[in-house]
Design a protein around this ligand. Structure first.
Ligand code: PA5
Length: 448
């Protein structure tokens, strides 16, 4: 199971401050479990791991089988925010670092679209899809989000031209609401295979629904293990005890926030966790950043960023704290060999693994940052695999729900995201936005 170590926070948070935060975390836990807080209609993720059944997992695996039979080489996962970040986090963590060149885990290559409006990105995607056997999973809970809708129109048109209506139908899966939205209507009309995102689970808490599990299975990874990890973590985080790690983490980050540390850096020494940090940032950023409150979630990848951000972290404004995802066991071993000439002066490391150097870098960084005024939390997983990722996903979801209630905000809405959408609709001339569109067009003209 994951291990937590908050000793690097002790110089910054006294026992009384932590105990007070811990008491509030217990209260927030009660609110979460009791379903008495704001957004309580969106608590489906809380008990989800223990409810996922064999039948459900087999349905995802049957899509994998069907697409293997069709010799699909590229699967385009279309979605934005919570509708793609979890899958991307897991697939990137599990993939070979050079899977683009060396091939993936035996499944098709999974690529992502609908997470931006870049014309070049989409046009280049069509270049790829023209020359590879392809299929798509389109994911949108609302079924109306512009970015994935545009990407799906482009990808679907291509599939229709390439495989015909029947052929395209075999290569399209939709994941959306059970009843409403344009995607639901289109999937029904065209007879696409569809999976439902439960009503009571919001996008950023949906990685353990088909939203995350189907793409991860398609990439060739073991979703049973992922769910097993999440299930074990659900059990560990189920009680309102001081030793519940989700309660501890929520309490400590809020204690730090109250003492002026309002930026949390999720740090890792493992580049395969880069997209995991993106998932984490969305989870905490969208759940907590509202009503003028919230810990700003940022991420760094060490040792890479020690040579770019390291100076700021060590000596810049003292409003940061770090949460490091540490990994106990490397999946590979690579030893540094002795060299007869030793011109690079590295023979003192001969016989050591590269991972040993990475660990010493991590320990040295921790000491330096704590000494420099940056509190440090460590969350250690055994190894980067499906089981540990399942644990991490659930752990952070649970901690986020508790933490947001400690801040006094609704962890499950995102009202601020609407503002840019309304402006974009108005500027694009969407019917119903004429008045706002005229005003914004005037502002745009003034800028030019
Ligand atoms: O967490 C969330 O709810 C959001 O990030 C959504 O996942 C994102 O906006 C995409 O929405 P949809 O799945 O409705 O297209």
């Amino acid at each position: 199971m994951i291990k937590t170590d908050f000793s690097g926070c002790r110089p910054f948070v006294g026992p009384q401050t932590y105990d007070a935060a811990l008491r509030r975390a217990h209260e927030s836990f009660e609110i979460l479990e009791g379903g008495t807080g704001a957004g309580h209609d969106f608590l489906g993720w809380n008990y989800l791991p223990s409810q996922i059944g064999r039948k459900e997992l087999n349905e995802y695996l049957s899509v994998v089988e069907a697409w293997v039979a069709l010799e699909v080489e590229v699967v385009v996962v279309i979605g934005i925010g919570g509708s793609y970040l979890g899958a991307k986090a897991a697939i990137e963590a599990l993939n070979h670092s050079f899977s683009d060149l060396i091939g993936s885990a035996g499944g098709p290559v999974v690529v992502f679209a609908g997470q931006n409006l870049s014309e070049e990105y989409l046009a280049e995607l069509t270049d790829l899809l023209k020359v590879r056997s392809c299929a798509t999973v389109v994911i949108s809970k609302s079924g109306t989000t512009t970015e994935p809708a545009v990407a799906f129109r482009v990808v679907r048109d291509l599939l229709l031209r390439k495989y015909g209506r029947e052929g395209a139908r075999e290569r399209i899966v939709a994941i959306t609401d059970a009843r409403k939205g344009a995607l639901k209507a289109l999937a029904d009309r065209e007879g696409y295979r569809a999976f439902v995102i439960p009503d009571n689970i919001g996008g950023r808490y949906s990685v353990l629904t088909p939203v995350g599990l189907l793409p991860i299975a398609l990439a060739g990874y073991d979703i049973d293990e992922l769910v097993r990890g999440a299930r074990d973590m659900q059990r560990l985080c189920a009680k309102n005890h001081d030793d519940n790690p989700a309660i501890q983490y929520a309490a400590m980050r809020n204690a730090l926030y109250e003492s002026g540390k309002d930026i949390e850096l999720l740090a890792s020494f493992h580049p395969r966790l880069r997209s995991f940090a993106e998932w984490w940032k969305q989870l905490f950023g969208e759940s907590e950043g509202k009503q003028g409150k919230g810990i700003f979630p940022a991420s760094v990848l060490y040792t890479t960023d020690l040579h770019s951000m390291g100076q700021y972290v060590q000596q810049g404004r003292r409003n940061l704290f770090e949460t490091v995802i540490a990994v106990e066991k490397s999946r590979r071993e690579l030893l540094i060999e002795r060299d007869a000439d030793d011109l690079d002066g590295l023979n003192y490391l001969a016989g050591q693994s590269v991972e040993h150097c990475n660990r010493m870098a991590a320990a040295g960084t921790r000491f330096a940052h704590v000494d420099g005024g940056v509190p440090n939390m460590q969350i250690t997983i055994r190894q980067v695999d499906e089981y540990s990722l399942g644990q991490l996903f659930y752990f952070f979801e649970k901690a986020c729900g508790i933490s947001a209630y400690m801040l006094g905000v609704n962890p499950f809405d995102q009202p601020g995201v609407e503002d840019y959408k309304q402006n974009m609709f108005a500027l694009l001339g969407k019917p119903g936005y004429e008045e706002q569109g005229a005003k914004l067009q005037t502002r745009l003209a003034e800028e030019e």
